[in-house]
Design a protein around this ligand. Structure first.
Ligand SMILES: NC(=O)c1ccc[n+]([C@@H]2O[C@H](COP(=O)([O-])OP(=O)(O)OC[C@H]3O[C@@H](n4cnc5c(N)ncnc54)[C@H](OP(=O)(O)O)[C@@H]3O)[C@@H](O)[C@H]2O)c1
Length: 208
């Protein structure tokens, strides 16, 4: 599958590399693409680099892994170019980094998913890879079962199926939690957040 990475930092760089090693074609992007030369070389022959717009043009699936505060602007400026492409979004609201918008999301108690419905309306978005600290993902990818659980939420059934396969390809256990509004069940501060739980443990904790 062709995958574009927007925000090739700790999470985007790692998950993109796991996908490239699994044989996917991965275009890592940056606002400063030259900064990704080492990452792309290490990711292997199926990896390439470019700008965020090139990542959108390239990918059937986009992994969006930027500060949460960028999401409203991303929706406004990229919605049209995204068309029917699937977007896996990893962000967590962080008041110190993202300011008042993150505070509003957290204080609403409604979870991140309903905000994604507004900001990325019309986009086939999946909440994914937001619960596990990147060093744990790096260390535990492809371990023997039970694998680390990755909760997923989306309003789009086909996008959930594709995201589930990509979670497996990266070396983890996909846990479909439900529609986007169910993302609140695995946002920051929930019992499954930042625990490194296995898939079966996540399912049990969320009564799935
Ligand atoms: N690290 C973790 O363990 C972890 C775990 C789960 C979820 N998350 C969440 O996932 C997201 C990414 O986390 P991370 O730790 O990978 O962050 P990171 O290492 O700081 O990488 C974020 C990337 O986003 C891009 N970026 C930064 N500011 C931007 C802006 N204003 N507009 C567009 N792009 C921008 C940067 O790419 P360029 O400067 O190259 O363009 C950067 O490489 C965050 O929302 C975080 O809360 C992180």
């Amino acid at each position: 599958m062709k995958i574009g990475i927007i925000g090739a930092g700790r999470i985007g760089g790692l998950i993109g590399t796991l996908w490239a090693k699994a044989g996917h074609e991965v275009l890592f992007s940056s606002r400063h693409p030259e900064s990704l030369t080492g990452l792309v070389q290490a990711a292997g022959e199926t990896a390439s680099l470019g700008t965020p717009d090139q990542a959108i043009a390239f990918g059937e699936v986009i992994l969006l892994s930027t500060p949460f505060g960028y999401l409203p602007e991303f929706g406004r400026t990229k919605r049209e170019a995204l068309g029917q492409k699937i977007v896996l979004e990893t962000g967590n609201p962080n008041i110190a980094r993202d300011g008042a918008m993150a505070e509003a999301v957290i204080q609403s108690g409604q979870g991140t998913g309903i905000y994604l419905r507004q900001w990325l309306s019309g986009v086939r978005v999946v909440r994914a890879f937001n619960t596990v600290w990147d060093p744990i993902l790096a260390k535990e990818a492809h371990r023997a079962e039970p694998r680390v659980g990755i909760p997923l939420a989306s309003d789009d059934e086909e996008a959930l199926r594709i995201a589930s396969q990509l979670v497996i390809d990266a070396g983890f256990d996909p846990v479909i939690v439900g529609a986007l509004d169910q993302a609140r069940r695995f946002d920051m501060g929930t019992p499954v957040y930042d625990t490194g739980m296995s898939g079966p443990e996540v399912r049990q904790a969320l009564n799935l």
